[in-house]
Write a protein that binds this ligand. Structure first.
Ligand code: HEM
Length: 419
């Protein structure tokens, strides 16, 4: 059975958030991969940009940070230099500057460190699932997928449990800043200039700024110097430190990145279970499937639809000239459905191996820091779900996020039969 059929006519406007409110426009991506892999895309809200859609091109370009830079913004929207400085984190810098900060965090997010959280995740999953499944029919995004990531991030970063619901709300307002269900300040619909120096142009950024400052003051009062937030404040090997603004932006990045992407991976996995019943059988058989399942679910989801780079000099590609200063969007969502890389890419194959998907921005210097945490959360959540249900099916139409940046099923009504 097909999990979901793309709705677009093959000529969708990739710069429009409305396009993505019906799910990703895969017919358009397929046409571009075939006929126009470096596509000059008109963008009414700002400077036009190149859309890069083939797996091989994105993989190669993402390794060339000197030529395709992150240091002029990583989203489609244009920024003045002043706004860039006010809003940037190390994610919006290039090596070697980027590596100095990233090095400080690597161990805290490593596979080994994350493995220590497995039992915590399992306990949380059991709690979340037992509550949700008792309802029989419910919205799986709200009752399951939305519950886990922030609670885990809270543990990893050291955030008080009582603050987590508020942080989820603020994280949503930041990252889903183009969806009226999540923010009253819809980025492309109203004047958000007042917040232009804040992460994601959002008032939620301002509130998180205050929160982060108070949190650190409280930690200092208690003499608590442990955790990721203190690590990033430590001097790098060459003695350099990050500024207060960069620190607060990093906090916003964690709240945003650690929240939605894992949620939408879980939601997409549940969507797949509803339409490919053999997946539940495979999960219940267990064993080797758990070595590959999370990556396939995260490929299928591709919650970070694209990240942007900017050309630092003129370069020829596919018979076209990319000019210095041109923006390029690496459409990971398209690369992850590229037929030349993935056999039967619209089918979820939990045993897919190798599975060199690009959902985490792999093979570039910015490859996701939270990937081991995300993989573990997805694995454990589905292990626990598979133990508890006989069947799962759709119970109404799914709704997608209105965003061309984060792809996600924001409403997923399901009906389950518990074991
Ligand atoms: C399935 C879940 C996730 C997906 C799909 C995802 C996706 C991504 C992608 C595509 C990038 C690369 C951005 C670029 O190329 O510019 C990235 C970077 C990053 N992610 Fe994730 N992410 C996920 C979960 C997380 C979690 C749970 C955290 C934090 C706990 C996190 C923190 C970060 C950070 C800090 C970076 C910046 C790394 C750098 O610039 O060196 N992510 N993520």
């Amino acid at each position: 059975m097909t999990i979901w059929t793309p709705q677009d006519d093959g000529h969708a406007d990739l710069s429009s958030h409305d396009t993505f409110a019906n799910g990703a426009p895969h017919n358009t991506f397929a046409r571009l991969r075939r006929d126009d892999p470096l596509h000059w895309t008109e963008y009414e809200g700002g400077k036009n940009f190149w859309s890069v859609t083939r797996y091989e091109d994105i993989t190669q370009m993402n390794k060339q940070a000197d030529l395709f830079s992150s240091a002029r913004g990583i989203r489609m929207e244009d920024q003045s230099y002043e706004e860039y400085l006010a809003r940037r984190t190390f994610q919006e810098t290039d090596p070697p500057e980027h590596s100095k900060v990233r090095m400080k965090l690597l161990k805290a997010f490593s596979k080994t460190t994350m493995a220590q959280y497995e039992e915590d995740i399992r306990t949380l999953c059991a709690e979340i699932l037992d509550q949700a499944l008792a309802k029989g029919t419910f919205d799986a995004t709200k009752e399951i997928a939305r519950q886990l990531p922030m609670r885990m991030l809270g543990r990893v970063v050291g955030l008080p449990d009582a603050d987590l619901p508020w942080l989820v709300e603020k994280g949503d307002a930041l990252i889903a800043n183009t969806d009226p269900d999540f923010t009253s300040h819809v980025l492309d619909k109203m004047q958000t200039d007042e917040y232009r120096m804040m992460p994601f142009n959002s008032p939620a950024g301002a509130e998180l700024y205050v929160y982060a400052k108070e949190l650190m003051a409280e930690k200092e009062r208690k003499g608590d110097t442990s955790g990721v937030l203190n690590l990033i404040l430590e001097p790098a090997k060459d003695g350099s430190t990050i500024t207060e603004t960069e620190f607060r932006n990093f906090f916003c990045l964690l709240v945003a990145a650690g929240n939605d992407t894992t949620r939408y991976s879980i939601a997409a996995g549940i969507q797949a279970l509803c339409h490919q019943p053999e997946l539940l059988d495979q999960m219940q058989t267990g064993g080797a499937v758990w070595e590959t399942a999370a990556d396939e679910i995260i490929r299928w989801a591709t919650p970070a639809l694209y990240f942007r780079r900017t050309a630092t000099r003129d370069v020829e590609m596919h018979g076209k000239t990319i000019r210095e200063g041109d923006k390029l969007l690496y459409w990971f969502i398209s690369a992850n459905r590229d037929e030349s890389q993935f056999e039967d890419p619209f089918r979820v194959d939990l045993m897919r191996s190798p599975n060199r998907h690009l959902s985490f921005g792999q093979f570039g210097p910015h490859v996701c820091l939270g990937m081991w945490l995300a993989r573990l959360e997805v694995t454990v959540l589905f292990q626990e779900l598979a133990k508890r249900i006989k069947s799962i099916e759709p119970a109404g139409p799914q709704k997608f996020l209105r965003s061309n940046f984060v792809g996600g099923i924001k409403e997923l009504p399901v009906k389950v039969e518990a074991i």
